[in-house]
Design a protein around this ligand. Structure first.
Ligand code: NAD
Length: 334
């Protein structure tokens, strides 16, 4: 297969490496408005760097992977789908609901394939948690605690284009909460703090956020995120039921130290970032996409799934702005 990759920044250059080494990929073409970045990635992976997204779409590719800045996703999805090409796109589809719904309409009009990059669905821990919840091993689930902590803020230039902490970061927790529990979020109550680095205040964003989410079966969930966790990259989910409780992301690399004198030792090699922590999941999601393109498997995360996660993020932003609980029915879904 010949694959086109649009956007060769942090995650795009990682995807380029995965695609270049995949046995099902015969050739890879890449592009980025930062031509030097695209050339570097091409040189490292054996790909061919092209001058623009237009050139990629016209290069006889079988499918397109979009890893550009979020602000460009919706338009690129529409163009690729309009060209009849299956699309894998990094989350989120767009910075807002109208942009998301517009892109979904374009894909549906074209009868195309759109897979979103919620890679936690391909992580072994989350998959085991899903099996435990759905198989009844925990008994009736009553509490879920989800947490995402980045070790350090992204570059300041990334923030205004990111959509904010709820849409950019916590959207992963919202997606995986639905995927693991099989339930929908019915209400949120969220807040955030910009007391940390000034770049967040300058971007109108928060560096730390918390949301209380009520699921449609009464299960209570919390989701927290921060961009300022000096201990390392920490992504966890704890699920507690009447019979048992389990944790995803709890191992000898979890950047968490027990305060107990007899507790386990501090992690010798805490996870430094998302590329290390989720490398196998990123590989698996692209492998799945290639399987979808070949028609061998169903789409594991289509655009409507991404819309559900974004609606939760939108509800959280509304809750934070208006300082009140927000029902998901308040957020448009079509
Ligand atoms: N799934 C995940 O875990 C994960 C992790 C990181 C980033 N992401 C997502 O991936 C996307 C990229 O994030 P990043 O951290 O790599 O950002 P980045 O800033 O490192 O890279 C973005 C790249 O997109 C390029 N770009 C900007 N506008 C473009 C356009 N119109 N067309 C093509 N390319 C364009 C930029 O030049 C840059 O090289 C974001 O949407 C982000 O939400 C997902």
């Amino acid at each position: 297969m010949r694959i086109g990759l649009i956007g060769t920044g942090r995650i795009g250059s990682f995807h380029a490496g995965v695609l270049a080494h995949h046995p099902g990929v015969d050739s890879l073409v890449v592009t980025d408005p930062d031509a030097g970045r695209a050339s570097q990635v091409a040189a490292r992976t054996g790909a061919v760097a092209l001058a623009s997204a237009d050139e990629v779409l016209a290069a006889g590719v079988d499918a397109v992977v979009i890893a550009s800045a979020t602000s460009a996703h919706a338009e690129l999805i529409g163009r690729a789908a309009g060209a009849g090409l299956p699309v894998f796109c990094e989350k989120p589809i767009a910075l807002d609901l109208p942009g998301t719904l517009g892109a979904l309409r374009e894909v549906e009009r074209a009868g195309g394939v759109l897979q979103l990059g919620f890679m936690r669905r391909f992580d072994a821990g989350y998959a085991a948690a899903r099996a435990a919840v759905r198989g009844g091993a925990l008994g009736r689930l009553h509490t879920v605690r989800a947490a995402t902590s980045d070790p350090a803020p992204p570059p300041a230039a990334y923030l205004p284009l990111s959509g904010g902490l709820f849409r950019d970061c916590l959207v992963h927790d919202f997606d995986i909460l639905r995927w693991v529990t099989g339930r929908e979020v019915s209400e949120v109550y969220a807040t955030g703090s910009d007391a940390g680095p000034a770049i967040f205040r300058a971007a109108g964003d928060v560096d730390t956020a918390a949301a209380l989410l009520t699921l449609d079966d009464g299960t209570l969930a919390t989701a927290t995120a921060t961009r300022c966790n000096g201990a390392g990259y920490d992504v966890r989910m704890e699920l507690a039921g009447e019979r048992d409780q389990i944790a995803v992301g709890l191992d000898d690399r979890t950047p968490l130290t027990s305060a107990e004198p007899q507790g386990p030792p501090a992690p010798a090699k805490p996870w430094p970032g998302f590329l290390e922590r989720f490398a196998p999941a990123y590989e698996a999601e692209l492998d799945a996409f290639l399987g979808v393109v070949r028609g061998e498997r169903a789409n594991p995360c289509d655009g409507r799934e991404a819309l559900h996660a974004l609606r939760i993020a939108e509800a959280c932003e509304l809750s934070r702005a208006e300082r009140r609980p927000v029902r998901l029915t308040e957020i448009a879904e079509a």
